[in-house]
Design a binder for this molecule. Structure first.
Ligand code: AMP
Length: 189
């Protein structure tokens, strides 16, 4: 299966993606995780990405698309994958469309986790304290939510128009949300 997990920062995408990937045996492709790994390793990509991430801005499409293209060409993605945090812009959608078209495959479903915005801010502040993420200060959190609303929220209607969008409430405990996601994916298959 080829899945996309969408939702605002703090919706629980990463946590749910990990669980769904383990149960479906597909690789979890998280652009945020790949960027963070590059920042930690001090690669050229990490140095470039860091300044955008710390400001709550998106890394430029050219950089992000090239990174995803490379990742999806790995053998483990041949039978399916779950994209977490990508695509986030209309240009990334077009680029993903062409990557998949070249392989003669397509996305099976787009899961959007919907959450209450006050809850999201609370989660992000807690995560900043637990993980010490530099992009989780209150100012940056606010900026990340604004960028999401402007650039990424419109992608849901685009995928809805393709009949691929599944909206799932991300509120409640982790197991409850996972059960909703898995039920929604099976119902759509
Ligand atoms: P995430 O962990 O998915 O919230 O991503 C953390 C940060 O990495 C984002 O705030 C962006 O700066 C950057 N990032 C992750 N995915 C993308 C993407 N698809 N396009 C642009 N920037 C991204």
């Amino acid at each position: 299966m080829r899945l996309i997990m969408m939702g605002p920062p703090g919706a629980g995408k990463g946590t749910q993606a990990d669980i769904v990937c383990a149960s479906m045996s597909v690789p979890h492709v998280s652009t945020g995780d790949i960027f963070r790994a590059n920042v930690t390793q001090g690669t050229a990509l990490g140095i470039e990405a860091k300044r955008y991430m710390e400001a709550g801005e998106y890394v430029p499409d050219g950089v992000t698309n090239a990174m995803v293209r490379d990742r999806l060409e790995h053998a483990d993605c041949a039978g399916g994958f779950l994209l977490d945090g990508y695509p986030r812009t209309i240009e990334q959608v077009s680029e993903l469309d062409s990557m998949l078209a070249a392989q003669g495959v397509g996305i099976d479903a787009v899961v959007e986790l919907t959450v209450d915005i006050d809850e999201v801010v609370k989660r992000l502040v807690n995560r900043a304290i637990e993980q010490g993420r530099a992009d989780d200060t209150e100012e940056v959190i606010r900026r990340r939510l604004e960028v999401f609303a402007k650039q990424t929220a419109p992608l849901t209607s685009l995928y809805a128009s393709r009949g691929l969008l599944i909206q799932v409430s991300g509120m409640g405990d982790i197991a409850e949300v996972t059960a909703r996601i898995e039920a929604a994916i099976s119902a759509s298959a």
